[in-house]
Design a protein around this ligand. Structure first.
Ligand code: SF4
Ligand code: SF4
Length: 444
């Protein structure tokens, strides 16, 4: 087994905080009374609702769709009645139409629609199916899976991302332990498309039980003999797709590129499980496992939650907040977004809800840069956060572009390592947005 794999430039070793929830087996969250199904749970065009007030819907039924290629259908996560369609914020801060469904508690599901001969079909036969089943990258970005299945260049390497490098999050770890065979079957289907000789399951070394379990199931299942577990160094952001492509198969993704551009199909472990459930069980994507953790939550857990469930329901089931909780974060602490409405719903891309204390947030005042270069040394995108920070403070967007601020992957490392506590990551993100705006203005 290949081990200790990693990328070369930047990255950081940090406190993992995974002990809070990693040994908690997945529990199902009790049925929410009402769900709010967001029409935008992915990168790309939002969906348009296909139901209206008063309609009765079944669990798994399509409630939103779009003809745009970069989009993915959305589905009801409960059976019940559509109360209304209204605009609201999701837990990760998107503002979009949501189909509000009152749950009748019957879990009446629509007839499953699996692909029975999936082992012998080409990838083309899965593209439309995958879009309709609502499969998107569940690691955070929400890139529609069907748009990844075929590349401009032939794809000849296949990697499943089980790194889960963000602190606190343990939901991928738990599904690798509890849904091992299903994930490997999903990888096997992908391997049929891309590389039947050797396809990879990549896991960070801080999850030795998951590595062991994966290897055991592969050894016991002859049809998995060409699947290979590789272990990667525990280092943030090992789970970033470009860094993982470099670590596992040595292919470096060019600036502005994606892993498909270098012939690598790479997707998250949760997405692979959802793909298996869609293809083999005919289940659309309407629920997922999330981690609820942080010093500010009473009972850290891993929960199977229906998409559209309000944050408050989830926090309540985890025992509620401790007095020291100062912030609720949707996602991991490095790339997550602050939750500002406890009624906002979780989406397919919500990997966790963290209730963080002031100590965990490291809330300290900014002080002047001491030119230590730590932010530059640790930046995985190989750019200069402190110079970009100065340039954007002077509103010099042109210079920010020269400094390649648009290559920032928004990992948050520069802010994390800065001893002067400068708000580097948000300012580089702002510079990136301004560069994009200027490019759009120049086009029009
Ligand atoms: S947030 Fe951007 S600038 Fe900062 S370390 Fe990450 S990639 Fe580099
Ligand atoms: S890490 Fe902070 S103090 Fe050090 S060079 Fe970067 S901005 Fe300056």
């Amino acid at each position: 087994m290949s081990s200790n794999l990693t990328f070369k430039v930047g990255g950081v070793h940090m406190d993992e905080h995974k002990g809070l929830s990693e040994s908690s087996p997945i529990q199902r969250l009790p049925e929410p009374k009402v769900v709010y199904i967001p029409m935008s749970q992915h990168i790309g065009a939002p969906c348009t609702p296909t139901v209206q007030k008063g309609d009765r819907v079944l669990m798994g039924q399509t409630v939103g769709t779009s003809d745009a290629f970069i989009s993915s259908d959305v589905h009801a996560s409960v059976s019940g009645t559509v109360l209304e369609i209204k605009k609201m914020y999701t837990a990760d801060g998107r503002f979009c139409d949501c189909v509000v469904i009152e749950n009748d508690g019957m879990n009446e599901a629509q007839t499953p629609n699996p692909i029975s001969n999936y082992d012998s079909l080409p990838v083309d036969d899965f593209v439309d199916f995958t879009k309709k089943m609502g499969l998107v990258g569940m690691g955070g970005a929400g890139f529609p899976l069907h748009a990844k299945l075929k590349g401009q260049v032939p794809l000849d390497e296949c990697i499943i991302n089980g790194a889960e490098c963000e602190p606190y999050l343990t939901c991928d770890h738990r599904i690798m332990l509890e849904k091992t065979a299903e994930i490997l079957e999903g990888l096997k289907i992908f391997a049929n498309f891309y590389n039947p000789n050797v396809s990879y399951m990549a896991i960070e070394e801080n999850k030795p039980d998951a590595i062991k379990r994966m290897n055991e199931v592969i050894a016991a299942t002859p049809r998995f003999k060409n699947l290979k577990v590789v272990s990667c160094q525990t280092k943030y952001p090992q789970g970033d797709s470009k860094r993982l492509s470099e670590a596992v198969v040595g292919r470096i993704v060019p600036q502005n590129g994606v892993t498909n551009d270098v012939g690598v199909f790479l997707t998250n472990v949760g997405t692979t499980l959802a793909f298996y459930e869609a293809v083999v069980e005919g289940k659309s994507s309407y629920e997922r496992v999330i981690t609820v953790s942080g010093a500010g939550i009473k009972e850290p857990k891993n929960l199977l939650v229906k998409v559209g469930t309000p944050v408050q329901d989830i926090i309540d089931f985890a025992g509620g907040l401790n007095d020291n909780a100062v912030e609720i974060v949707c996602g991991g602490p490095m790339t997550g977004k602050s939750v500002f409405d406890m009624q906002s719903p979780i989406t397919k891309t919500t990997s966790g809800l963290l209730a963080l204390s002031a100590e965990e947030m490291q809330l300290e005042d900014e002080s002047p840069c001491i030119r230590c270069s730590r932010c530059v040394d640790h930046c995985p995108a190989h750019i200069n956060p402190t110079t970009i920070n100065s340039a954007i403070l002077k509103e010099d967007v042109e210079y920010c572009a020269e400094l390649h601020a648009d290559q920032c992957m928004e990992c948050g490392i520069c802010s994390f390592v800065c001893p002067a506590k400068r708000t580097l990551a948000p300012s580089v993100k702002l510079a990136k947005r301004e560069i994009k705006m200027q490019a759009m203005k120049a086009k029009n």
